[in-house]
Design a protein around this ligand. Structure first.
Ligand SMILES: [Zn+2]
Length: 387
């Protein structure tokens, strides 16, 4: 075994706590006086943010993104930001709004069109210059995008999703306020919360795991396990909201520094080919990925350290120290059922799409973190079981 060596990078500043949205004004004012305020479909959810900005003399120019951001959205946002002369970008919303804001901030700082930098469908040129100052404020508890270095954009004409990615894209500040989760509807709690759970499981079993990420995953898994089902059932107590917000934040910190696995490797092409929201796709895939990963490890790498990881996950989520890996899988399966996550067929996927999804997933960057390389038959089994 070689010695432990790792790097850890995140947002310059993370401000966490109920009521922490109040910090937005002073933080934004330290960066400039004109902000592009990026939101999702419901711009009124960012009204409190707009007021905080105004109170500190920061004007805001509204930019709303419907659904997950496209290359065209990023281009449009950057054009608007340039013509309005903004000096910072604030995103307030779910992962879509934050990814859109992160992409716009990077384009503002670097100048060229999104396709110049985009992986897979674009030229994949490196992002060489710092982003415009970017402040991320999540209003769901799922993606952890407020502390990651990539922005996922979809390219509808290519039917794929791809990332703009650079350490220079890490937000200057992440404001994580659990009070913003108060009005979250149950289906959003389910999809985003299970995405967060997947983002705690995958880095923990990743081939790139490290001790700092391990600690975050253990803590995040415990909080998600005790609070996600309660939140879905309607409990919006502060303790539950804090748990969800921390699980999401820790998942983001973990994935940005230890990578992901087959859930996210498959979720990317699912989201490219179908209109499945990221969290819902991840939630639908998670149980089968756990099952097939364990079976593949048993067949080909029975000595893998990942078994201990899966056992530890099982112990954390079930609360039973003697739990076996399969108990963890059963626990996740029952949670996904209880949270009424639809299968991939709900979004239009069918058996005939399995080969295309498998082919694209094998090339996905997230797949590299998976604890074992899955063959085509194993990936096909996952997709078929997740329909
Ligand atoms: Zn995810």
């Amino acid at each position: 075994m070689s010695g432990v060596r790792f790097e850890f990078a995140t947002a310059t500043r993370v401000v966490f706590g109920p009521g922490s949205l109040a910090e937005l004004g002073p933080i934004a004012a330290s960066f400039g006086s004109r902000a592009l305020l990026v939101t999702g479909r419901s711009a009124e959810r960012a009204e409190a943010a707009r007021e905080r900005l105004l109170a500190e003399g920061v004007a805001s120019i509204a930019f709303s993104v419907i659904g997950e951001p496209t290359v065209g959205d990023a281009r449009r946002g950057a054009d608007l930001a340039r013509s309005e002369g903004v000096d910072l970008v604030v995103a307030c919303g779910g992962g879509s709004a934050i990814d859109a804001g992160k992409a716009v901030a990077a384009l503002l700082g670097n100048g060229a069109d999104p396709l110049h930098y985009l992986e897979v469908v674009g030229r994949g040129q490196p992002i060489a210059l710092p982003s415009a100052p970017f402040v991320a404020i999540p209003t769901t508890a799922g993606t952890g995008s407020e502390v990651t270095r990539n922005a996922v954009l979809s390219s509808p004409e290519h039917r794929v999703k791809a990332s703009l990615r650079s350490p220079l894209m890490l937000p200057r500040a992440a404001i994580v306020d659990p009070d913003l989760l108060l009005g979250l509807p149950p289906h959003v709690v389910a999809a985003s919360g299970l995405d967060a759970l997947a983002q705690l499981v995958e880095p923990f079993v990743s081939v790139r795991a490290n001790p700092l990420v391990d600690a975050l995953c253990r803590e995040g898994l415990a909080r998600s396990a005790r609070s996600l089902r309660r939140a879905f059932e309607g409990d919006r107590s502060e303790a539950v909201r804090v748990d969800l917000a921390l699980a999401s934040l820790f998942g983001g910190l973990a994935l940005a520094n230890a990578g992901l696995g087959a859930v996210h490797g498959l979720a990317a092409p699912v989201g490219g080919l179908f209109d499945a929201p990221h969290g819902s796709a991840c939630a639908a895939l998670l149980p089968a990925v756990l099952r097939v990963n364990l079976a593949a490890l048993s067949r080909r790498r029975p000595e893998s350290p990942a078994f201990d990881r899966y056992r530890e996950i099982a112990a954390i989520v079930t609360g039973r120290p003697d739990a076996q890996a399969q108990d963890g899988v059963a626990w996740v399966e029952s949670l996904v059922r209880a949270l009424r996550v639809p299968g991939l067929s709900h979004w239009g996927a069918s058996t005939s799409d399995v080969p295309a999804l498998v082919a694209k997933a094998r090339a996905a960057s997230s797949m590299k973190g998976n604890p074992i390389e899955l063959d085509e038959a194993e990936l096909a089994e996952i997709v078929s079981a997740s329909l």
